[in-house]
Ligand binder design. Sequence first.
Ligand SMILES: *Cc1c(COP(=O)(O)O)cnc(C)c1O
Length: 381
Amino acid sequence: MNFETKVLHAGIEPDPSTGAIMTPIFQTSTYVQAAPGDHKGFEYSRTHNPTRDVLQNNLAALEQTQHALCFSTGMGAIDACVKLLSPGDHVVSTNDLYGGTYRLFTKIFEPLGIQFTFVDMTHAENVVAAMQPNTKMIWVETPTNPMVRIIDIEAMVAIGKNANALVAVDNTFASPYLQNPAVLGADIVMHSVTKYINGHSDVVMGALCINDTALRDRLAFIQNSCGATPGPQDSFLVLRGIKTLHIRMQRHCENGAKIAHWLRQHPKVGVVHWPGFEDHAGHAIAKKQMKDFGGMMSFTLKNDSIEAAFTFLRNTHLFSLAESLGGVESLVGHPASMTHASIPREQRMAGGLLDSLIRLSVGLEHVDDLIADLEHALSKV
Ligand SMILES: *Cc1c(COP(=O)(O)O)cnc(C)c1O
């Protein structure tokens, strides 16, 4: 089945009792048993819920994995992955990591005895150098946030296999439409479903997609034991959002490409970070592992100052200033004062995250209207 057909049909059957074409919202916490242990496969909704099960099966099909597990948030999904490890284990990850993941790793799990090393994963030799005898997991995120760098998933998988370490890829920025890390050998594909997969800025959810059944069972045990599971209403909304994922992604990419090229020729714009440019450091790898280049980008202003960035941000109207990304409406963010404010300025600057860096999540509005909005805001800088 092709992706466009899977979003509508994979794992989704009309309701057997009524023929309802849409998956019912099984808004129930428990299920009646005829006799102790005599039930229809459902006992309690933390463990199983029919609406969630359909979503999990659909997500597995989209990532081309055997299994998927949904969590109440993306962070809940990442938390479950780290709980596969024990004190004394070591994780290698990227230095351009989602802030919430960095916080979970360093503020929650490091004090519990799990060790982390953060390196520039765009150079595989840095990852090789960071590997230790106790390295049990490589945590990858590509494209990265907010620098939109590209990490070679196959190279990370080769290092992980060689060291008997699990390779997990946060695939949130790409979505399963653009990139399928498990097909490239990753053990775990993680999503903040909140972003492109749901796409309508009305649900917070996470997911893990896995091939290995023993690994799936360990993660399902953690999912049920720790309890960060999503409710049936949210599962329904995500199933609904997914029905247009392929069409949304196509338009995100189309609008993204036009805006990236437009920004690049603008006299007030400094550098534009977008992997579709042939001179982007990760362009060749992006071409190899992604179907298209996505709608996420960041850029700096020639006048590189917080003040200039704030002037710009006060003057966009269609691009709303907000955290999050991947929704139908365009969003703009200022990493230096928002998502990455906790990183010391020198460290931030060294990584290319300048004071004026502005991140765009390009939505589905008409691209001419979006460009007019950016032009207006730039004219005020
Ligand atoms: C948003 C996000 C997360 C966290 O997901 P939540 O659903 O907000 O808990 C993790 N990784 C990336 C790349 C994200 O953008």
